[in-house]
Ligand binder design. Structure first.
Ligand SMILES: *Cc1c(COP(=O)(O)O)cnc(C)c1O
Length: 415
């Protein structure tokens, strides 16, 4: 558990120079500490990760890759990127890792750039079933530049319909199949996706942005042995800095690297790469394995506790860190639920509900588990949900106070 303070010396310097910005940062620190962070994509990085992010490597230009840069003075930039790549390949058993992608979306853009031409057909989970914006949204480069065919989940079970994926692949002959989601709470069967890709001559791209941290901790199956390219973020369950990463085999390494730089990005953010190296180092430790398993245990517990309170968890539960649920049985939709919960200090997202008109709620246990909360706290949180949804100012105030008391016992960063 991280129990030391983030670099407050640096914040003190900022407070003296620019109190306007410093006040906002301290306000955000307080907000994170005294409300419940249940956004499935968020976590609390360690003070060591924050220290790397705030280091003078932020000043360094380092276009290119270690040993082949477009700038002088890159000896330390090279060293830290080599450490990050070595740790990432070891952690995930991959031949090659690109740690320069600025974000999960940049990683996906680079994967498409490496494997596809504009106009190519791509099969991916439909957005209303849990696909990411980069999986074919008309608002993103993906939907603009490629011809996306969506697959979905079964209306009854909420599980990926492999028969449908295979049928669509045989019919449309996509150049690539994307598997990965922002809200699917179950493990994906990468072997089945691989079979379908092989049968239809498609590349398999796994977008493991959410689950890669569970993979690192051995709490979810790895896409690395199956996918041609694995895209990921480093800031979700993996608990590193905000950023992206791409894993692939040796034969695609050059294409992936060129698709990141110079095709779609400029100079790498070396301070972030240093922070990624630190996070990979933390994820190699046995404590992270225990953490990843606890995250899943807590999500299962919370899904069951919410079901007992009347929520309808999609797929009936979860295999991962995230829970999606329909709050309709409690008389509200996802948007109303998010607003009422936020008023009580419980922060989460809404999500599309497959085949639903209204939205549901999506939450995750990565952050609260980092704080050291356990099963008793999950049970308490589920009870607070129902109380907060009653739209009774007295109840909202009572829940807000309970949230303060609960989070006060589990500070993300001890001062
Ligand atoms: C989070 C996520 C992304 C995007 O990551 P950003 O860092 O926000 O760009 C892409 N794909 C999936 C499946 C995600 O969950």
């Amino acid at each position: 558990m991280p129990v030391t303070a983030p670099p407050h010396d640096a914040l003190d310097v900022l407070r003296r120079q620019d109190p306007e910005v410093a006040d906002v940062l301290l306000g955000e620190e307080r907000r994170q500490a005294d409300s419940l962070q249940l956004i499935a994509a968020e976590n609390f990085t360690s003070p060591a990760v924050l220290a790397a992010l705030g280091s003078p490597l932020a000043n360094k230009y380092a276009e290119g890759y270690p040993g082949a840069r477009h700038h002088g003075g890159c000896e330390y930039a090279d060293a830290v990127e080599r450490i990050a790549v070595r740790r990432a390949t070891a952690l995930f058993g991959a031949d090659h890792a690109n740690v320069q992608a600025h974000s999960g979306s940049s990683a996906v853009l680079a994967a498409y750039a490496a494997l596809l031409r504009p106009g190519d057909t791509v099969l991916a989970m439909g957005l209303e079933h849990g696909g990411h914006l980069t999986h074919g949204s008309p608002a993103s480069f993906s939907g603009r530049w490629f011809d996306f065919v969506p697959y979905g989940v079964d209306a009854e079970t909420g599980l990926v319909d492999h028969e449908q994926v295979a049928a669509l692949a045989r019919h449309h002959r996509p150049k690539a199949i994307v598997c990965g989601s922002i809200s699917y709470p179950r493990h994906l069967d990468y072997a089945v996706f691989r079979e379908i890709a092989d049968e239809t001559g498609a590349y398999l791209i796994a977008d493991a942005a959410h689950t890669i941290g569970l993979v690192a901790g051995g709490a979810a199956p790895s896409p690395v042995p199956y996918a041609d390219v694995v895209c990921a973020t480093t800031h979700k369950v993996l608990r590193g800095p905000r950023g992206g990463m791409i894993l692939c085999g040796e034969e695609l390494a050059g294409r992936i690297d060129r698709a990141v730089f110079p095709f779609s990005q400029g100079g790498a953010q070396m301070h972030t790469i240093a922070a990624k190296a630190v996070a990979f180092g933390e994820a190699e430790a046995p404590a992270f394995t225990a953490y990843a398993h606890r995250v899943v245990e807590h999500a299962r517990f919370l899904a069951a506790a919410l079901a007992a309170e009347g929520f309808a968890p999609i797929t009936g539960g979860t295999d991962t860190h995230l829970v999606t649920a329909d709050p309709a049985p409690l008389g509200v939709d996802g948007r109303t639920a998010r607003t009422r919960l936020a008023a009580a200090g419980i922060v989460l997202d809404t999500c599309a509900l497959p085949y639903g008109e209204a939205r549901g709620i999506r939450l995750g246990t990565a952050a609260v588990t980092t704080q050291g909360m356990g099963a008793p706290e999950m049970a308490r949180i589920a009870g607070l949900f129902t109380a907060a949804l009653r739209d009774d100012p007295g109840e909202t105030a009572r829940v807000r106070a309970e949230v303060r008391a609960l989070t006060g016992r589990f500070p993300p960063y001890a001062r």
